[in-house]
Design a binder for this molecule. Structure first.
Ligand code: BES
Ligand code: ZN
Ligand code: ZN
Length: 483
């Protein structure tokens, strides 16, 4: 096969070079084997070794990606391997390459992982740059797959493409500066997407938000001249069984979080444009579900607002009445995400949602607990959370279960209202925030994802540009498809 480059991966301790790697080694008259025995190729996870003009091969370059120890390898690792390969070659001017999978990874699941890894890796945050880099990957061919599975492989490739494009759709939204993405503009973009993919859409404007008595959302929005919106997207399957679950996806979309009157320090405040990451996650997930057509109906609810310290802004000590009727003492106006989600969750329940997932860049505390490695995953009942975490593991997104003991609920009791919007006492900030949401989800099976530290990365990874990650979409889509 003629291509600029051939890419495959090798395992740590794979001195034998069997299968596909063995064939390459033979074509190169054993040169690959000598690179392994000399220690140049260790095959440690994501180690990249680029060989120019490999003798005996038609390609101009051979890229070997380390796959780590075979015992620790999972099919989902192909995402990172394919993604790291793409970014490495793209930055070196390669236009097309062949990705060769190894024996054992020849089915649809592997194909989907490779496609997702490639498309997500190809994303760059250069929309507003006039000096865009010119390097561009034009095509990637997949090789090594079982041709007997052609039909299934094509379906898997399409599914991978839809999910990765939806992740990139969300990443584009997250990148938008707040002057280009107000709540109304976010709603307009959601509407355009919904029309394109065939989802139902309704945008609740200020009047409707007032009619519905979403006092917690209004409290946050009143400090801004930009009016709030609630974006409601609907996916309805062709047939729905009686008594079927109705999945509700609620996403925080604070298009800019200054902190409000409890204003944030200037340092890093520009990052708070990504405080709509949870909302973008749900829009991305809905986009994918519109194509992938789960059996269950799904509704997404995205409350959108700015959090500004305007003259009409809510103040610490103010009491707001949420849509559910619960009263909230606003201790800190910077704990605004939980306020708008409270009304989002209540609205989801009023529409009949039987199961809820919310995603939000909710707390700085989740970064203290889990750094940018794991999403903080909360939920009740525990079996429902475990079911969700099984999806996360299947698609290779790292999420860690966080505790929901009753003791934490005590920390959000208020003296003058039903609850307060920050925990009293020290520590546990991500957990008290989750408990606040549970006061509104109540007994409905519910999962809360705190993506504050994982929705955006300040440093690029070999397989991912720095900036928005698109985390959690894959898991939510997998979960909805299995429900
Ligand atoms: N949007 C922030 C959380 C955040 C922090 C997201 C860092 C991304 C990166 C949220 O609205 C917030 O300000 N939370 C406060 C809550 C506190 C006042 C109880 C926080 O985490 O400091
Ligand atoms: Zn805040
Ligand atoms: Zn916020």
């Amino acid at each position: 096969m003629e291509a600029d480059a051939l890419v495959t991966y090798v395992f740590d301790g794979d001195n034998k070079l069997d299968g596909a790697a063995g064939e390459i080694d033979r074509a190169m008259s054993g040169r690959l084997g000598s690179l392994v025995s000399s220690g140049e190729i260790t095959a440690k996870s994501l180690e990249l070794v680029l060989i120019h003009f490999p003798q005996g091969l038609a390609a101009q370059k051979l890229l070997l990606v380390g796959a780590g120890k075979p015992g620790k390898f999972a099919t989902s690792d192909l995402r990172k391997i394919a993604g790291a390969a793409l970014r490495h070659l793209k930055s070196r001017g390669v236009k097309n390459f062949v990705f060769l999978t190894r024996e054992g990874e020849r089915g649809p699941e592997a194909a989907q992982a490779v496609v997702e890894g490639l498309i997500v890796a190809d994303f760059e945050s250069d929309k507003y740059r006039t000096d865009k880099k010119k390097s561009e990957i034009q095509s990637v061919s997949l090789a090594g797959f079982d041709s007997g599975l052609a039909g299934n492989l094509n379906a898997a490739i399409e599914q991978g493409r839809v999910i990765a494009d939806s992740q990139n759709f969300a990443r584009d939204l997250i990148n938008e500066p707040s002057n280009y993405l107000t709540p109304s503009m976010l709603a307009a973009k959601a509407e355009a997407m919904a029309k394109e993919v065939g989802l139902g859409i309704e945008i609740l404007d200020e009047r409707r938000i007032h009619e519905l008595k979403m006092g917690a959302l209004i409290g946050v929005a009143q400090g801004s001249v930009e009016p709030p919106r609630v974006i409601v997207l609907r996916y309805v399957p062709e047939t729905t069984a009686v008594g079927a679950p109705l999945l509700g996806l609620v996403g925080k979309a604070v298009t800019f979080d200054t902190g409000g009157i409890s204003i944030k320090p200037a340092n890093n405040m520009e990052k708070m444009k990504y405080d709509m990451g949870g909302g973008a996650t749900m829009l991305g997930a809905m986009r994918a579900l519109a194509y992938l057509k789960p059996k269950v109906p799904v509704i997404a609810i995205v409350p959108a607002t700015e959090n500004m310290p305007g003259g009409r802004a809510q103040k610490p000590g103010d009491v707001q009445v949420a849509m559910s009727g619960k009263t909230i003492e606003v201790i800190n106006t910077d704990a605004e995400g939980r306020l708008i989600l409270a009304d989002g969750i209540t609205y989801a329940k009023s529409l009949g949602c039987t199961h809820l997932i919310d995603a939000a860049t909710l707390t700085g505390a989740i970064e203290v607990a889990l750094a940018n490695v794991n999403v903080g995953a909360f939920g009740t009942p525990r079996e429902f959370l475990d079911q969700f975490l099984a999806s996360a593991a299947a698609v290779g997104e790292k999420m860690w279960p966080m505790p929901m003991d009753d003791e934490y609920e005590e920390m959000i009791k208020s003296t003058i209202a039903d609850i307060r919007n920050t925990g009293s006492g020290k520590g546990g900030g991500a957990i008290t925030a989750a408990w606040f949401l549970k006061e509104f989800a109540e007994e409905t099976p519910w999962v809360h994802l705190d993506i504050a530290s994982t929705c955006w990365v300040d440093e690029g990874r070999p397989w991912l540009a720095k900036g928005p990650t698109g985390i959690a979409i894959r898991t939510i889509v997998d979960f909805a498809l299995k429900l």
